[in-house]
Design a protein around this ligand. Structure first.
Ligand code: AMP
Ligand code: GLY
Length: 429
């Protein structure tokens, strides 16, 4: 089988790695891929096509007789890549443009959850600054804050402001509606109440009706240790997240997964592919912070190495209506992923720094180096993005996988490398 993976981050490198392990696969293309997917050799090859070049990707899949395509990031989903591939009867893993609105439109997602009684923060929707400001001005009690102000559309994870005071909330309204810092993504703005608790990420693979769980994980969104500083794409992850007990998982299944899939089916737009539930868990009670229409990054880099059974087999089964019949087994043990970023990220940063990886790293069993912002400048591997590499280690206990991951980080170097030193620490305490 020939497989095409769309995207160029560490999540897509991890997908390529997981798919390439399947005995059934003869070729794995990654478009555009990165320095890491170009280095894999064997069956894996990077293809110089942007993840948003839907026409180009479809033409490539037809010309190369690709059997199955997997979509990594959200942008091609919003552009309707799944619809385009399906119109040409090409197999693809992901939701349609309409179903992907669970991620691409927060207004769609919130209204959907309200219709089906899925637990989430109370909210209102605004399309102009006067109404949004009037809403904030009416919040007279101090315990009305924080309020959470969100651009409805895609904003690369940056369109959310947690306003601790009335002034900050009014400022956020100005930034969204008048300064238009999120552009058209803030044509509609959701203002919602603040959820207390701890966050976790749950991914399922679904055919629209049946679904299979990956292990629950936890991201580290802030740039600084102790969850301080700016929000990022994610600085590290671990799995399984002990916060998600069997009891919590059962509630997530009954109150969130089942009604979400049923609701989408009932509305004539079944949701297929990977579904990411961003949870807030407070005293064992889960509610939805957000849906994403894909796997999380960096969570995927921790979760995929813990899948014991064949990923490709499960992906095919999700298209054949046999998802409930194939093995979907997890390894015993844990995984920790540390993200190495460029100095300055998530603000501006320099690229083109040479990356050195000592050969000792390759000799470490159970360590995987997934690339994101890396590329080849001739023979030289160099940085080309904010998040540069993900180092994942798998070990029996979380303590061991964290130690092994940081030990492996010591074998990688580039000028200005930054990483958090407390990945997973919360789960140990
Ligand atoms: P989102 O893009 O909706 O996932 O929001 C990004 C981040 O903002 C989340 O991962 C949370 O850390 C935080 N967040 C969003 N909505 C809320 C909420 N209602 N209460 C508390 N934190 C939130
Ligand atoms: N790790 C958060 C995300 O992928 O959206």
């Amino acid at each position: 089988m020939k497989v095409l993976i769309i995207g160029g981050g560490a999540r897509e490198h991890a997908l390529a790695w997981a798919v390439a392990r399947s005995g059934k696969v003869s070729k794995v293309y990654v478009a555009p891929g990165n320095g890491g997917t170009s280095m894999m050799g064997g069956k894996v090859e990077s293809v110089a096509l942007r993840a948003t070049d839907v026409e180009g990707l479809l033409r490539f899949a037809v010309n190369e007789s690709v059997d199955l395509t997997v979509v990594g990031p959200e942008q091609p989903l919003e552009l309707g890549v799944v619809d385009c591939f399906r119109e040409e009867a090409r197999k693809i893993i992901g939701p349609t443009k309409h179903a992907a609105q669970l991620e691409t439109s927060k207004v769609f997602a919130k209204d959907f959850m309200k219709r089906y009684g899925i637990p989430t923060a109370d909210y209102d929707v605004f399309t102009d600054i006067h109404a949004a400001n009037a809403h904030i001005e009416l919040l007279t009690s101090d315990d009305s804050f924080p309020q959470v102000i969100k651009a409805s559309g895609l904003a690369a994870g940056k369109g959310v402001v947690i306003a601790d005071t009335k002034e900050q909330a009014l400022q956020a309204n100005t930034a969204m509606f008048e300064e238009r810092v999120f552009g058209d993504a803030a044509n509609q703005v959701v203002i919602e109440s603040f959820l207390k608790g701890e966050e976790a990420s749950i991914f399922v693979l679904t055919d629209g009706a049946d679904y299979r769980f990956f292990l629950p994980s936890q991201d580290h969104k802030r740039i600084g240790e102790g969850d301080t500083g700016k929000n990022t794409g994610g600085m590290g992850a671990y799995a399984p997240a002990p916060l998600v007990t069997g009891d919590v998982l059962k509630k997530v299944e009954e109150r969130i997964i089942v009604p979400t899939l049923e609701g989408m089916r009932k509305e004539g737009t079944p949701y297929t592919g990977f579904l990411y539930i961003g949870l807030m868990i407070d005293n064992g009670e889960p509610s939805v912070v957000e849906y994403n229409a894909r796997l999380g990054d960096p969570e995927a880099q921790a979760v995929l190495p813990l899948l014991h059974s064949d990923l490709l087999g499960a992906l095919e089964a999700s298209l054949d209506g046999t998802l409930g019949e194939v093995p979907f087994e997890m390894k015993e043990g844990t995984a920790a992923t540390v993200v190495l970023a460029s100095k300055g990220y998530p603000d501006s940063y320099e690229t083109g720094k040479e990356i050195s990886i000592e050969s000792e790293l390759e000799e470490l069993d159970d360590v995987m180096l997934f690339h994101a912002g890396t590329s080849f400048d001739g023979e030289k591997l160099a940085t080309s993005g904010g998040r540069v590499l993900s180092v994942t280690a798998v070990a029996p206990t979380l303590r061991e996988s964290i130690d092994l991951a940081y030990n492996a980080v010591g074998y990688v170097e580039f000028e200005g490398v930054y990483y958090r030193r407390d990945i997973g620490a919360k789960a140990l305490s």
